[in-house]
Design a protein around this ligand. Structure first.
Ligand SMILES: C[S@@+](CC[C@H](N)C(=O)[O-])C[C@H]1O[C@@H](n2cnc3c(N)ncnc32)[C@H](O)[C@@H]1O
Length: 282
């Protein structure tokens, strides 16, 4: 029997998981985080949430969902954290960084530069932005602030620590590694921590892109919103893009993920190059 078949077969699952349970989870995570789950995600949902059923000492998904619907705030957080996908990497979508650095260089005369990384996951993206910033400014303490937000509190805690296994840093050239990271010794061997100058450039905060009100203030010179819109339907994407408009500086840039297109929001944003967008001025 294939591993896949093993999980699919309800008889072999530790907890009963019905179509109705899946539909209920799908509705809850859509309402709460905007995440659209297709039916191909059933096994993923089972394996991620079975841990929560177990952790709460419950006997079925039905019991878990009743517990969740009573509104336990801690469990809502764990439920959300379990259903987000946090895949990321340093200098992901490498082609964005020269464009980003050039954009920063053109703004060197500005007193203060504000940047927003709106789905920062475990921190690799905002720290890559910070490395690009120091490169553009030729300074470890440039007049730049990066706000990094995510919905998932687990990834934010990791990002805040700024400690990574060395194999996550393989794509970073040696001289950059020395410039931006401190290698762990003794029982920290195999790990590296981002240098304080880089860490100090970034503020991490929880923010749900689905919330009606975002407690943040622009204007941002660039917004990174990469590989998160793919989890949202077009209607949700449009709502978010509309809220980016007043937060982006008039000549600011919006960076999207490689498989994301904002063509359906062509009244708001125009493609400048390779998944980099600029505002449409009316
Ligand atoms: C696949 S990761 C992408 C990380 C990074 N931007 C990159 O491109 O490497 C998607 C991130 O979006 C976050 N996310 C999902 N739904 C969200 C929402 N409604 N508001 C804010 N962040 C959300 C997840 O927690 C996850 O960390």
């Amino acid at each position: 029997m294939s591993a896949d078949r093993e999980i699919v077969d309800n008889n072999e699952r530790e907890y009963a998981f019905t179509q109705q349970d899946f539909e209920c989870i799908k509705k809850l995570i859509y309402q709460h985080a905007g995440i659209s789950l297709s039916s191909s995600k059933q096994n993923m949902v089972y394996s991620r949430l079975a841990r929560r059923v177990r952790a709460n000492g419950l006997r079925s998904f039905k019991d878990y969902l009743s517990f969740l619907e009573k509104g336990n705030a801690e469990e809502w957080e764990a439920f959300t954290n379990a259903l987000t996908t946090n895949l990321t990497a340093f200098f992901r979508e490498q082609h964005h960084f020269p464009i980003f650095e050039k954009h920063l260089e053109q703004r060197k005369n500005q007193k203060k530069i504000q940047l927003w990384c709106s789905a920062s996951s475990t921190g690799e993206e905002p720290y890559s932005m910070a490395m690009a910033v120091t490169n553009a400014f030729k300074s470890m303490t440039p007049p730049v602030h990066i706000l990094a937000t995510d919905l998932d509190t687990n990834v934010l805690a990791k990002a805040q620590l700024g400690i990574y296994p060395l194999d996550r840093l393989e794509k970073i050239p040696k001289e950059k590694l020395r410039q931006f990271f401190l290698k762990g010794k003794g029982h920290h061997a195999g790990l590296a921590r981002v240098r304080p100058e880089l860490r100090n450039m970034v503020t991490f905060r929880q923010l749900n892109l689905l919330d009606e009100v975002w407690p943040i203030r622009g204007p941002f010179d660039a917004i990174f919103c990469r590989n998160v819109m793919i989890y949202f339907d077009k209607q949700t994407q449009y709502k978010i893009l509309k809220k980016f408009v007043p937060l982006l500086a008039p000549d600011g840039l919006l960076f999207a993920g490689h498989s994301e297109s904002f063509q359906h929001a062509s009244d708001l944003f125009r493609l400048r190059e390779k998944t980099v967008y600029e505002l449409v001025h009316k």
